[in-house]
Design a binder for this molecule. Sequence first.
Ligand code: ATP
Ligand code: MG
Length: 347
Amino acid sequence: MTDAASTGTTFQPRVFSGIQPSGGLTLGNYLGAMRRFVDWQDKGLNDGFETIFCMVDLHAITVWQDPEALRRQTRELAAGYIASGLDPAKAILFNQSQVHEHTQLAWIFNCIARMGWMQRMTQWKDKAGKNQQNASLGLFAYPSLMAADILVYHATHVPVGEDQKQHIELTRDIAIKFNNDYGVDFFPVTEPVIEGAATRVMSLRDGSKKMSKSDPSDMARINMTDDADAIAQKIRKARTDPEALPSEADGLEGRAEARNLVNIYAALADQTVDQVLADVGGKQFSEFKPMLAELAVAKLSPISTEMARLMETPDEIDAILRNGADRARAIAAPVLKKTYDIVGMIR
Ligand code: ATP
Ligand code: MG
């Protein structure tokens, strides 16, 4: 494979994505991101390109994290990746803070990105809320570090959920402005890859909000580590409307909560929404919810069992991450060096 970093003009396909260890993994993370990473890993193996997946712990601390909890969550996220089918022998799996090139490139990008671009980011507005003056500078700069995560590998494709689309667009803007400012064709203009039946899994309590690890209400999400009783209870209590399920997708118009549960079912069953509704159309939620709970437990419990098994040997997880970091650094270091040369740093 040609090294894109050395040629500067041709970019081989390379896939990167990351998840924050900012809490336990949710069903949204699994369906919108992780499960699709496994498909990319396999495609990469077939087609001969690298796939790189990361625990972005430096992103997690943009909001305060208890240090011991952060270490546990990072290992648990690694276990989640592996239990979902990522194989550290096939893909590069590592922890962001162990590869310093990310933050070094992020500083350069802080000098490329404009204040106005960052102020428009909806994640910033959502997470900082009404009290922006009191949010961390790191939370504001988050998308610049994310651009560095991606571009330090010259990644061309980034599989993410719908909520990250705006950050990938900003990554493209940073790459284009860097290339223009310095008259180079050095960074690729990355493609967001947002696909599948569940690109935006919604909160179980509020169909207008996405499901998130960091939502203060545990009832709003299904965690990958929830047991069968917790999953059944959360789905039973999930907000719905009093109507029966429609027989076609059109009938979900204006029914955000109903649409969300049907979407989740479809994604877990690997079916289209229309296929699901052909079976369950006319049923009341009192009948559909136990079906959904049973399916969710069947799909998630093998993963959570494997996660628990992996968590019994944290040293093995740490060894996998050290190895992944070495492999990641081997790609990132030359890209950072070349970036420093381009902007005029003395070696
Ligand atoms: P936090 O609340 O701390 O931001 P999160 O649940 O949003 O956590 P992230 O680590 O920010 O998770 O995102 C990891 C990946 O999961 C990203 O690709 C993101 O787009 C995807 N993702 C997050 N939430 C959802 C969701 N509700 N539906 C589909 N994909 C999601
Ligand atoms: Mg998020």
